[in-house]
Design a protein around this ligand. Structure first.
Ligand SMILES: Nc1ncnc2c1ncn2[C@@H]1O[C@H](COP(=O)(O)OP(=O)(O)OP(=O)(O)O)[C@@H](O)[C@H]1O
Length: 351
């Protein structure tokens, strides 16, 4: 079997000023034909890492290599145009005086004009924009502009596609639609894609792999469900959504929390652990059932689900999510319990 074609980032460091670098020894691997979402809070270094891969920032340490070719490393810095790398910026950066077709054809080299136009048209078709080929950017909606930017990035058949918050200027419904078109076009292209986002839902919906970034480092990489359900630390868990954390001590392969037991095999007796549970896995039971007594103090309806704030007898508030149709209302007395199959236990120091 052929080896996967990969872009390898090793111990990459980008420093703008004295003190902690913006990118602080980040390791990341992008595989052709796969979409990797780089998810992290504002200021964690996502755009700086993307720009370093694109060749727009020099590395202060570490290395970036595509297959056997070093793009950035000690004494080496290939110019952006020497990297087979397409970039989609947050504001799309389209040329206002060029049509969608000419924007898409802009980066194409070689062949005659007719061949380049045909190729650009093919790319516009892949993002379902062929009928708007002759429109100028100001005549296109935000979502259409985003797709032209994607077609332009994909037109020269790059090895790597970098997208910096490509959906951030669009409304929620449009984002959902565009994600599908974008994911399809990216997978068909066989490029290694990095999608920078601070939107966990977007990362979970679009990516084959999620890389979590915090304070300049990649703190966990894995398949979306694995990273969501089995975060390596509390910081990683919180990057993907709300989570409840309970301190406990491991005993005979179990950890006992205020909401019941969680399996903790792999931990020695007496080890301090942190039991993590997502709000949708916390069971909200009737007041006469087993579990920790609580009172519902808040309720926020959402799409298909409701978020409940439940106060335990010691005053601690627990967030639980149940079906919107479940008959839970503020003031109700309930019992809360962990679903042992859906907890994840980490060492206390990672909590
Ligand atoms: N050109 C620059 N000069 C100096 N400092 C910079 C520069 N670009 C970014 N920084 C700093 O580097 C750190 C990381 O910024 P970066 O834009 O990479 O983070 P980010 O995770 O992409 O954030 P956001 O989600 O807000 O875009 C921040 O502290 C930022 O202020």
């Amino acid at each position: 079997m052929l080896d996967d074609r990969v872009l390898d980032v090793r111990a990459a460091t980008v420093r703008y000023a004295p003190g902690r670098p913006a990118v602080d020894g980040a390791d990341l691997r992008l595989t052709c034909g796969r979409v990797t979402a780089l998810l992290g809070p504002s200021g964690s270094g996502k755009s700086s890492l993307l720009r370093a891969i694109a060749g727009l920032e020099k590395l202060d340490g570490g290395e970036i290599r595509f297959e056997n070719r070093v793009w950035s490393g000690p004494g080496i810095h290939l110019a952006p145009e020497q990297r087979r790398c397409g970039v989609v910026f947050q504001d799309y950066a389209l040329f206002p005086h060029l049509s969608a077709l000419n924007n898409t054809a802009f980066g194409l080299r070689g062949g005659d004009r007719g061949t380049r136009r045909a190729k650009a048209l093919e790319r516009l078709k892949s993002v379902e924009l062929e009928p708007r080929a002759h429109a100028f950017p100001h005549q296109l909606s935000g979502g259409e502009q985003q797709r032209v930017a994607l077609a332009r990035a994909l037109a020269p058949d790059p090895d790597v596609v970098l997208m910096d918050e490509p959906f951030s200027g669009l409304d929620r419904r449009l984002r959902g639609e565009l994600r599908e078109t974008t994911a399809r076009a990216l997978r068909d292209s066989d490029a290694a894609t990095l999608l920078v986002t601070h939107d966990a839902e977007e990362a979970l919906a679009l990516a084959d792999t999620i890389a979590l970034m915090s304070q300049g480092r990649i703190i966990q990489t894995g398949a979306p469900d694995a990273v969501y359900l089995r975060p390596a630390s509390l910081t990683a868990a919180r990057l993907l959504g709300e989570v409840e954390a309970f301190e406990a001590v491991a005993e005979s392969g179990r950890a006992l929390t205020v909401l019941g037991e969680a399996p903790a095999s792999g931990f020695e007796d007496g080890a301090r652990v942190c039991v993590l549970a997502r709000p949708e896995t916390i069971e909200v039971r009737r007041a006469d059932a087993q579990g920790a007594p609580a009172v519902i103090t808040g309720r926020r309806p959402g799409a298909g689900q409701q978020r409940l704030i439940c106060q335990l007898e010691d005053g601690r508030e627990i967030s639980a999510r149940t079906a919107l149709t479940a008959p839970h209302r503020p003031g109700d007395a309930v019992r809360l319990a962990l679903d042992p199959d859906n907890t994840h236990v980490i060492p206390a120091e990672a909590g």
